[in-house]
Unconditional design. Structure first.
Lengths: 312, 311
């Protein structure tokens, strides 16, 4: 290298310039984060400002209606809860079992590799494609129709990758000595999983389940695709109550019932030209946001707590 | 575990019988767990089967050449035209707008969080991003239609009530958290020694970030961009709400247009008989969507392999 011919002043100027660029970039970073925060604040405040007048007890207890002021979200939130119940019942056992298999049982061979690549790819499949899958398989081939069962299973498939990945991560964090200790006293592989691995991985699994369900409760496209109705003015049958004279509903009749869910109700109200329904959409959107953000906050808190408590 | 398997040894004592039982139930449990893992493969097979089989019926009625070259998309009219390019143009334009927002913003946030911010800022910023990523897309659609569009109309008075621009912008905001968190992970995985080497040579933070860390983490960045493209192409509700649903062959983001996804929603909202040509159309559209996503993913894999750095 040739000797530099820079004077001290010039070097100082160069350093100052570099520091300036650093500061400018730092400002840009903070600006971008501020935009993200601003969007959340704007969204929530707008919904509260517009929808607060509609957020009364009646709003939660009324069915959808042609008159905006009398319309409520009863069938929507009940539908969302029931669909989530089916989704959780299907996705949690399947996801945890698959995660345990891949971490604790699977041999390193081509079959395992295919399953792993598959799970990664499924996470990138657009959600509406799951809707098409469900329309072809659940609704018509299996004959489940446009029911809570179809919707719940569709969303279960959708969030399965999330639950599998978080289960695997939680299991991977458990040190090998736990397994060795358990096996050393004569436990089988399943007993080791059942009494050690799964309980210790529970907080991590739970976090994944909550994040998955929060994603599922806000999903609209796949449920519209299977043909959920937008106007439902009745609730699914409660088990063992009389639905028509002399006929009482079975324990599982509700899973085959037509339904609507929160996001579909919001979509329906948003796409109406009458601005009165905008207020309903804002109020329902706020309720949905509150559900989703609460679930996410619980998950974030759990993860934070977990990181602090566990010391192997 | 003993070498005795239940099949080749007569059970002679309680202890051995118990052992054999344990052995058998272990096998059953392993099989059950395996079948749970296999569900993901079945899902993929199901998706491919449904899309391809319905599309085959579709292409028996519509020629592939028409499908790819026709400039009109009117599958539900008497004078039916099936030019998928009409929908593809809407999908690509809105995705492009979204990526023009999401990639710069996401990357800047990622670089800032991994190279500049201290622990405290990160502790606050990450949950914010996570919350942003958790907002349901239908709520974003509401936001685009009722807040962003009126705002944009103040800047561009000629902007219509539905436009690819406002839907795309909001979609970009929605994708930012995905890019930011994946890219940040990739950059934090770059060994400290590389940064230290750069600092020791007198580089500033920004110079180190842009010329050392970003190139080293490029394969991870590429992966996050690919995921972002998949999200943008497959996003449905924001477009269905804010971009209008009329088919429109355009490359201008200021116009309303249908995308592949919003077309599927539009058809599903109506009441189409199972097996009709309209019903098959949404599967052909879905197949196109999957193929576009696949194309970008293959491209991404190639990019990742091409730029992978090992330490």
């Amino acid at each position: 290298m040739q000797p530099t011919s820079l004077t001290t002043e010039q070097i100082r100027a160069l350093i100052a310039k570099g520091k300036m660029k650093d500061a400018i970039f730092k400002g840009m970073g903070i600006f971008c984060l501020a935009v993200a925060l601003l969007v959340i604040v704007l969204l929530v405040s707008d919904m509260v400002a517009k929808g607060s007048e509609r957020l009364t007890v009646d709003f939660f207890l009324n069915f959808a209606s042609r008159r905006a002021t009398q319309a409520g979200i009863l069938s929507a939130w009940v539908g969302s809860l029931l669909v989530m119940l089916v989704t959780a019942l299907a996705a949690v056992p399947l996801g945890v079992a698959a995660g345990v298999y891949l971490e604790e049982y699977a041999k390193r061979n081509w079959l395992t590799e295919i399953i792993e690549i598959n799970i990664t790819n499924l996470a990138a499949v657009p959600s509406i494609v799951y809707g098409l899958l469900a329309l072809g398989i659940f609704v018509y081939t299996f004959g489940f129709g446009q029911s809570i069962l179809s919707a719940g299973l569709t969303l279960a498939l959708l969030i399965l990758p999330i639950i599998i990945v978080s289960t695997r991560e939680a299991i991977r964090a458990i040190p090998a000595m736990i397994r060795e200790g358990s096996m050393a006293v004569g436990a089988t592989r399943w007993q080791t999983c059942r009494y050690h691995i799964i309980p210790y991985a529970m907080p991590g699994i739970l976090t994944g389940v909550i994040i998955g369900l929060a994603r599922a409760i806000g999903e609209t496209a796949p449920i519209i695709t299977i043909g959920a109705l937008t106007f439902i003015a009745f609730l699914p049958p409660v088990p063992f109550t009389e639905v028509s004279p002399g006929v009482s509903a079975g324990l599982f009749d509700w899973v085959m019932s037509p339904f609507t869910v929160m996001p579909i109700q919001i979509f329906n109200w948003t796409s109406r030209p009458d601005p009165a329904f905008e207020i309903n959409a804002a109020a329902a959107g706020f309720v949905l946001m509150a559900m989703v953000l609460t679930m996410n906050a619980i998950a974030i808190y759990l993860r934070y707590k977990m990181r602090k408590n566990i010391k192997w | 575990m003993s070498a005795n398997t239940p099949s080749d040894l007569p059970v002679v004592s309680d202890r051995l019988a118990k052992n054999a039982m344990r052995h058998a139930s272990e096998r059953v449990i392993e099989a059950l767990l395996f079948s749970a893992a296999a569900v993901s493969v079945l899902t993929t097979i199901g998706i491919v089967y449904v899309l391809v089989s319905e599309s085959i019926h579709f292409f028996q009625n519509v020629s592939i050449v028409d499908f790819l070259t026709d400039t009109q998309w009117t599958p539900l009219f008497d004078d039916a035209h099936f030019g998928i390019m009409v929908l593809v143009s809407g999908t690509l334009v809105s995705s492009l707008v979204a990526l023009l927002v999401a990639i710069p913003m996401g990357t800047i946030i990622a670089i800032y969080l991994s190279e500049f911010a201290n622990g405290k800022v990160r502790e606050v910023a990450k949950p914010i991003l996570e919350l942003l990523g958790g907002i349901p897309t239908i709520v974003f659609g509401y936001f685009a239609l009722l807040m962003v569009t009126p705002l944009l109309q103040k800047i561009f008075p000629e902007l219509p009530g539905f436009s690819l621009l406002s839907a795309g912008l909001v979609m970009g905001i929605m994708i930012v958290p995905y890019i930011a968190s994946l890219s940040e992970d990739a950059m934090r995985a770059v060994p400290m020694s590389l940064r230290e080497g750069s600092y020791a040579m007198g580089s500033t933070r920004l110079h180190t970030a842009l010329h050392v860390v970003v190139p080293a983490a490029f394969s991870g960045l590429a992966a996050s961009y690919i995921l972002a493209i998949s999200r943008a192409v497959g996003e449905t509700m924001i477009l269905a709400v804010a971009a209008g649903m009329q088919p429109n062959l355009t490359w201008n983001p200021m116009e309303p247009a249908a995308t592949i996804t919003s077309f599927i929603v539009q058809v599903a909202l109506g009441d189409l008989p199972h097996g009709s040509i309209g019903y098959q159309t949404i599967f052909a559209a879905g197949l196109t969507l999957i193929l576009i996503t696949l194309l970008f993913n293959i491209l991404g894999q190639w990019l990742r392999r091409r730029f992978r750095e090992n330490y």
